[in-house]
Design a protein around this ligand. Structure first.
Ligand code: KIV
Ligand code: ZN
Length: 506
């Protein structure tokens, strides 16, 4: 087989990243974009973990028809039944069962013998197989387990009906050469291995997730589990865009393909960054702001003469817009709509009207409106669509002499207009105190960051905040040319997400 199956786990392992909670609608939005990106499999969540996760997997299963929709389950009957409940309406459902396989986990966490684990793995795969044909099994912490034991487990679960066997480097401990040997050993020592696809799932604790995945592909693995921007538990998972672009750019070396539509990579990466609140480091391969920027004179000279001198990929192949056309206050609705289409947005009439008036407001304050400004204002519009509380007005006074004061007016879910004022150590503190009094949900602010979308003193400011309530973290974002207003929008956004999540959880 000369195709590598791309299994995206952004919505499951990616969402496990500390502070990266997404709500159901955001998960659906990402899943639809992953479908456009052309991934083969979407691991949509871990249904037994929470009612919200269950609902998200169910909704994605119903509304995203092309890829396989996969649900994660521990090797436990209740988990498997719940996973099936969540994916049963998918066009192509998959259940992914996992159970630890290393002695470290067996001894210190599960307190079970190897024989018990072997038996449970096979039994639970057989149980999942009663629901659907497409079953994946992962022996967790495989890279720290004894290879002979992994061979035994794989043989048993394939006999029980697993169609994909996934080898996780759960704690990112493996080194490429060693991980490649493990995969090679599996092909040599598991007698029924031809009846299953061999998959890998690498974490990035030593910064080797992509290298380990590619080494495994060289040894015959034909499914790679990865996430957009490499987000995930701790240091993250293997980055989808890096795996896909390595296979594409070095076709001469791998002689393999994927079905990923690479021009959708940039848009998907920005969407995931925007919705999770995890910004992308500038030097991040493929999607970082500097990934295709040449600073040295020698490099610039070479690229002008012939891009291949210093560019191994054409930025257009990953969907980075070729030109950053600038709009301004004289730009009309038609030009704005055209630019939106070029950036990959297709808005209905009502949303377009809202976005256009937001654009006009920004263009009044800011001479040049760039693509990044447009992306930011569309994101801001989308955030306000399903609001619980709406920020109506905000007024602050601050300086090095007076006492920082904020007056806030909100529209409550029942349409009532609420107003209050507060003093604080600074304008943001005062404003957040006033908002808290009106909304009345206990929370602790754990992160606050402001950045400008573009260069220039008139740039739009984007504020990212995280609040914690009952041990769960909620992200909020806001954008405005006034950073105090952006801060208020971000806080309301986080509180709205908190309130919606609490409502779903009952
Ligand atoms: O890292 C891991 O081992 C996992 C499994 C559930 C596949 O995420
Ligand atoms: Zn993982």
């Amino acid at each position: 087989m000369d195709k590598v199956i791309i299994f995206d786990t952004t919505l499951r392992d990616g969402e496990q990243a500390a502070g990266g909670t997404l709500n159901i609608q955001e998960k659906l939005q990402i899943a639809k974009q992953l479908e456009k990106l052309g991934v083969d499999i979407i691991e949509a969540g871990f249904p037994i973990s929470s009612p919200g996760d269950f609902e998200a997997v169910r909704l994605i299963a119903k509304e995203v028809p092309t890829p396989v929709i996969c649900a994660l389950a521990r090797a436990h009957p209740d988990d498997i039944d719940r996973a099936w409940e969540a994916v049963r309406e998918a066009e192509h459902p998959r259940i992914h069962v996992f159970l630890s396989a290393s002695d470290i986990h067996l001894l210190h966490q599960l307190k079970k013998s190897r024989e018990e684990i072997l038996q449970t793995s096979a039994d639970m795969v057989a149980r999942a197989k009663r629901y659907t044909d497409d079953i994946e099994f992962s022996p967790m912490d495989a890279s720290r387990a004894e290879p002979e034991y992994i061979y035994q487990i794989l043989a048993a679960v394939i006999d029980a009906g697993a169609t994909t066997v996934n080898i996780p480097d759960t704690v990112g401990y493996a080194i490429p050469d060693e991980f490649g040997k493990l995969i090679g050993g599996i092909f040599q020592n598991v007698p029924n291995i031809k009846q299953a696809i061999v998959s890998v799932h690498c974490h990035n604790d030593l910064g080797l997730a992509v290298a380990n995945s590619l080494e495994a592909v060289k040894q015959g693995a034909r499914q790679v589990e990865c996430t957009i921007n490499g987000i995930g538990e701790r240091a993250g998972n293997a980055s989808l865009e890096e795996i896909v672009m390595a296979i594409k750019t070095r076709k001469d070396f791998f002689d393999l393909t994927t079905d990923v539509n690479t021009v959708q990579i940039y848009k998907t990466s920005r969407m995931v960054s925007e919705l999770t609140g995890f910004s992308i480091q500038p030097n991040k391969a493929i999607v970082g702001a500097n990934a295709f920027r040449h600073e040295s004179g020698i490099h610039q000279d070479g690229v002008i003469k012939m891009p291949i001198t210093f560019e191994i990929m054409d930025p257009k192949t990953v969907g980075i817009p070729a030109s950053s056309l600038v709009l301004g206050k004289l730009s009309g609705r038609h030009a704005f709509k055209e630019r939106l289409a070029e950036l990959g947005y297709s808005l209905n009439e009502e949303d377009l009207n809202r976005a256009f008036s937001a654009f006009k407001e920004v263009a009044d304050k800011k001479k040049n409106v760039t693509d990044r400004d447009i992306e930011s204002l569309i994101a801001e519009e989308q955030r306000t669509v399903s609001e619980v509380y709406h920020l109506d007005r905000i007024q602050v006074s601050c300086g090095d002499r007076g006492i920082p004061t904020a007056a806030v007016r909100l529209v409550a879910p029942d349409g009532q207009v609420l107003a209050d004022a507060a003093l604080g150590t600074g304008p943001v503190d005062a404003m957040y105190k006033a908002i808290n009094r009106l909304v009345g949900v206990p929370n602790v602010l754990t992160e606050f960051a402001v950045k400008s979308v573009t260069e220039g003193i008139d740039a739009i400011g984007e504020v990212l905040i995280r609040v914690e309530s009952e041990g769960i973290s909620y992200t909020g974002r806001g954008a405005d040319t006034d950073i105090i207003v952006a801060s208020a929008k971000a806080y309301i956004n986080a509180l709205n997400r908190l309130l919606s999540a609490k409502k779903i959880a009952g």
